[in-house]
Design a protein around this ligand. Structure first.
Ligand code: COA
Ligand code: AMP
Length: 643
């Protein structure tokens, strides 16, 4: 229907109660909501309602006669395993895993940390927590022990569910030594670790027994086999479903808290209207359950919608080749696919002419959604021209849980525009604010909005974060205080005269490496741990494959005579040890001095411009321009000064 998008978005602004109560009818409640929102800017969605997320994702579909539909297709390019679970089978397995957790004392509001590779057990463990009203916190496998320890200390889980390990191309990643190290660094919190023994990776619960004081290591298969299936436990809509840690500006990650009811409603709306997925449809989201994309669009979204989700373990290239994504689409009848631009760049690099794309493989694919980082125009054109599938670049964050901007293809196939993440979704009032907080939305020529801070007018729609775990003030300080009445996204951009939003980059220290969000501040904290380092600056520089990569610049303490090659290797190793391989940190430059303003602020933006070979202006407040000259000389670029 023409203008369906505009009508729905307008209604979500003018009548949010009516809009979201209607949307709530797609969810099964044990106590249906009589109100959508409590009226407070930081308030609660569906304040008087109750539900269970696992019931919404599984049981209700079985009860509706769709028990034999496929819920989950596991496709491992690492082991060659392909396995399908019907809704009935997945519900039964999840009920058993929930029973296992219940037997360990896990109940409503308790935290469970999940550190699992991309195997069905990850999905089962998440849904099992949801079944009990317990709060899960999934940690991505590419993080090091110290990152795991920080999350244990903050979330205080009583149980960890893990596996012997994950599989990366050419190597097995043994999880148990990492878990053990993390437990030693955050002692006295976790009482039980449940271990799924994967034949492909060494290590088992039995090997770990008595290695950490007060921790019992149990075997997943043994315990699940003994468990009594658990029924879904209703929770109030505002109860947390999960905590998902993400990078902020400091070294301590932020635990984004997601509620249950608002999230269920938002995902039900998004699946139908943005992604066009319902019973009988298959969605393939090539991400990881450790990221928000995995939470929303591998696990909860497709299952709430009663569709089929594909859980893919592997990489876009090299497992075994650049045709694997396309074979997944073909073999599983995928209707909607979602991945990060980095994955397409990786495919393009090894298969620019798409010779590995099997004839007709994408015939059933209706839309390819991209998000996680800026989609560069070159990749957009390559994918658009080569794949023959409509591409939708859409924008969101761990904090929002579902898209802020998109083309809602289930509602209306609106045009896409290169470089734009399209239009605001219902409930999102996207505004552009200047540095002083003045609303400059629509003040440009033709009613466009000049570039500025992208902010969202409060209250945020359902499904978005309800706070930062254990630190209400950090939520206010980090997101709400910069522009009163608004949530600051941390992204900058502009809006064209037709309302299309262009997200251009971050306004803070967050960088995006291969679609993985990292904090330059936390990398700097690690570099300064080295005894020889006096000062450092980490900046995100352009990378043709990963979009951005972190580059570290360090100065040395006086009297520290170190071999530069050795120091560089030690710093790379230090980041890998403290943050993990996911940081993909390889670039270290040793400088005599860092460029600074007279007040001592490091000129990170100018440094980035120099390294990226962009034109730059020498700031009037610079302490010593010669330091920039030295940087230019060190990295061997011709200066591009302007002004
Ligand atoms: N467990 C352990 N290690 C992991 C890991 C995991 N789950 N995921 C990545 N790593 C490791 C990699 O093995 C690599 O280690 P190395 O330095 O020893 O080679 C390191 O972390 C960096 O990983 P990455 O940046 O992902 O590079 P890659 O070479 O492994 O893969 C791509 C490159 C492009 C194929 C990959 O980044 C990709 O698929 N990106 C898609 C982005 C994405 O899914 N984002 C999620 C949000 S949508
Ligand atoms: P994450 O919380 O890891 O999902 O990262 C969110 C951040 O990634 C956003 O704040 C943006 O900076 C960036 N991002 C996500 N999607 C897009 C997109 N489509 N275009 C540009 N940047 C994006």
């Amino acid at each position: 229907m023409a203008d369906e998008y505009a009508t729905q978005w307008r209604r979500s602004m003018d009548d949010p109660e009516g809009f979201w109560l209607d949307a709530a009818s797609a969810v099964t409640w044990t106590v249906p909501p009589s109100r959508a929102h409590d009226g407070d800017a930081e308030g609660r969605w569906f304040p008087d309602a109750a539900l269970n997320m696992s019931d919404n994702a599984l049981d209700r579909h079985v009860d509706a006669g769709r028990g034999e539909n496929i819920a989950l297709r596991y496709h491992s390019a690492m082991t060659g395993t392909h396995k399908a679970y019907t809704y009935r089978e997945l519900r039964d397995r999840v009920a058993e895993v929930a029973g296992m957790l219940q037997s360990l004392g896990v109940g409503r509001g308790d935290r469970v940390l999940i550190y699992l590779p991309m195997t069905p057990e990850a999905v089962m463990a998440m849904l099992a927590c949801a079944r009990l009203g317990a709060i899960h916190s999934v940690v991505f496998g590419g993080f090091a022990a110290s990152e795991l320890a920080v999350r244990i200390a903050d979330a205080r889980p009583s149980v960890i569910v893990t596996a012997s390990g994950g599989l990366e191309p050419g190597r097995a990643v043994e999880y148990l030594p990492i878990v053990r190290k993390a437990l030693e660094a955050a002692p006295g919190i976790v009482g039980t670790v449940v271990v799924r023994d994967r034949a492909a990776v060494p290590g088992s619960a039995a090997d770990m027994q008595d290695t950490v004081d007060g921790v019992d290591w149990l075997d997943w298969d043994d315990r699940v086999a003994q468990a009594q299936p658990a029924a879904p436990v209703p929770v109030v809509a505002h109860d947390p479903l999960y905590i998902l840690y993400t990078s902020g500006t400091t070294g301590s990650p932020k635990g984004v808290v997601r509620d249950t009811g608002g999230y269920a409603v938002a995902l039900a709306w998004a699946m139908r209207n943005i992604y066009d997925i319902g019973p009988g449809d298959t969605m393939f989201t090539a991400s990881d359950v450790g990221w928000v994309v995995g939470h929303s669009f591998i696990v909860y979204g497709p299952l709430i919608a009663g569709g089929t989700t594909v859980l893919f373990e592997g990489k876009p290239v090299g497992t075994p080749d650049a045709g694997e994504f396309w074979r997944v689409v073909r073999d599983h009848g995928v209707k909607t696919m979602f991945t990060a631009p980095t994955a397409l760049r990786a495919i393009r690099r090894v298969d620019p002419d798409l010779e590995e794309l099997p004839e007709g493989a994408l015939d059933g694919l209706e839309t390819l959604f991209l998000a996680g980082e800026r989609l560069d125009p070159e990749t957009w054109h390559w994918a658009n021209d080569g794949l023959g599938v409509p591409i939708v670049d859409h924008w969101w964050q761990t904090e929002t849980g579902w898209p802020i901007c998109a083309v809602p293809v289930g509602l209306e196939r609106l045009e896409t525009r290169a470089g734009s993440t399209a239009l605001p979704m219902p409930g999102y009032d996207v505004r552009i604010l200047d540095g002083s907080g003045r609303d400059i939305t629509g003040t440009g020529p033709d009613g466009s909005s000049p570039e500025g801070n992208i902010a969202l007018r409060l209250p945020l729609p359902p499904g978005t974060l309800t706070g930062i775990w254990g630190d209400a003030q950090r939520y206010r300080d980090g997101y709400l205080s910069a522009f009163p009445g608004f949530y600051a996204t941390g992204d900058a951009g502009h809006i064209d005269p037709d309302g299309y939003v262009f997200v251009m980059g971050r306004t803070d220290d967050v960088i995006n490496v291969a679609g993985h969000r990292l904090s330059t501040g936390s990398l700097e904290e690690v570099l300064t741990m080295h005894h020889a380092v006096a000062e450092c600056a980490v900046i995100g520089i352009r990378d043709h494959l990963k979009g951005q990569r972190a580059a570290g610049f360090v100065t040395l303490k006086a009297h520290e005579h170190v071999d530069h090659d050795q120091l560089e290797a030690e710093l790379v190793a230090l980041v890998r040890e403290h943050i993990g391989p996911v940081a993909a940190f390889r670039d270290v430059t040793i400088l005599e001095r860092l460029p600074k303003t007279r007040s001592g602020k490091i000129l990170r933006k100018t440094m980035r411009q120099i390294v990226d070979g962009e034109p730059y202006r020498i700031p009037a407040t610079i302490e010593d321009p010669a330091v920039l000259d030295a940087l230019v000389e060190t990295i061997g670029r011709a200066p591009q000064t302007v002004g």
